[in-house]
Design a protein around this ligand. Structure first.
Ligand code: ZN
Length: 332
């Protein structure tokens, strides 16, 4: 199939099961031979950032005009059914190439936030859902871990293609939370469970609420996530997938660290405002991981630390829901 990169260096890395370097090489090659990606990467040099320091962590605001389509994407079922799926192989840009990884294709994201930003799509058109694909996510995270963290945005919580299963990957430590996790956990974390094999914490840092699971044992991690998922679904009273964004960070020595951001809504009220209070911001994993994207310069210019904190607080579950999750997860 023409979609797969026909390059001996990439093939050599794949043969060595080294998907980190295969992906990095793909990005380097596509940056030169695919104009759309070249433009996207070049536009990153025009990105402006400012940093807000909170007690023990920071959130950066990034003005990134290239993210307008994604931030403002219509994800209601009518809009989705009326458009061609942009992640299906037959609809990908002519010059795009990818790497086959099990049932997935690793693709360069031509509208990057990370310096090297990938979309990892399922080969087939099937809905975005985590409950039975969590094991895929952590495998990808392990196999790309030399350079990249892997993220997941729920179908009603930031995925701009809720109808086509996909993850994203980007440079480790680009999101401040990759680096700040332990500080945040020590300062704001409440232990749910801790053993030699697995550690589970609940964190409320004042603007975000999340559950972290750290383990080097793949099966135990999968089992724990699956139990958490059931509890979270019940507490949020959801038949559909409860709202969440995930970041998986893997190191050979310590194993996985999965952060599960607990969300109450997809977009803040300011997103829908029709007066001057409108703020085009649509928080998903990267944003709440500490790089909050603003595709409109005027929003970037006027956003304050207090406003950003309020926007984050608005889209996370409340304290009582977190308490219920802690109580139920403690029984696991
Ligand atoms: Zn599709």
């Amino acid at each position: 199939m023409k979609i797969f990169a026909d390059n001996t260096i990439i093939k050599d890395f794949i043969n060595q099961n080294n998907y980190s370097d295969a992906s990095k090489t793909l990005f380097e090659i596509q940056k030169n031979d695919w104009q759309m990606l070249k433009n996207g990467v070049n536009s990153l040099s025009a990105v402006k950032t400012k940093s807000f320091q909170f007690d023990g962590f920071k959130i950066k605001a990034q003005f990134n005009a290239g993210r307008m389509t994604s931030t403002s994407a219509k994800v209601d079922s009518k809009s989705i059914s009326e458009r061609k799926c942009f992640l299906c192989v037959e609809n990908l840009p002519e010059q795009q190439r990818g790497i086959l990884y099990n049932n997935y294709i690793i693709l360069c994201n031509p509208f990057p936030i990370f310096p090297e930003h990938f979309t990892i799509t399922h080969k087939e058109h099937q809905p975005q859902r985590i409950v039975d694909t969590f094991s895929d996510m952590i495998d990808i995270s392990r196999d790309l871990s030399e350079y990249y963290s892997v993220i997941y945005n729920g179908p009603r919580c930031g995925a701009s293609a809720p109808d086509h299963l996909h993850f994203q990957a980007g440079n480790k430590f680009f999101m401040p939370i990759d680096d700040e996790f332990h500080l945040i956990k020590n300062e704001y974390g409440k232990e749910i469970y801790e053993s030699d094999d697995l550690s589970m914490f609940a964190v409320d840092d004042g603007i975000r609420k999340f559950i972290s699971i750290e383990s080097i044992d793949r099966d135990l991690l999968i089992k724990t996530f699956s139990r958490f998922y059931k509890i979270y679904s019940e507490i949020m009273n959801e038949d559909r997938e409860p709202l969440m964004n995930l970041i998986s960070f893997y190191e050979a020595e310590y194993g996985w660290r999965v952060i599960i951001f607990l969300r109450s809504k997809h977009r803040p009220a300011a997103f829908f405002a029709e007066d001057e209070s409108k703020m085009l911001v649509s928080p998903a994993a990267i944003d709440i991981g500490g790089v909050c994207v603003f595709p409109r310069e005027e929003d970037f210019n006027r956003i304050t630390k207090e406003q950003l904190a309020d926007i984050f607080k608005e889209v996370f579950v409340d304290r009582s829901e977190l308490e219920k999750i802690i109580i139920e997860c403690t029984k696991i």
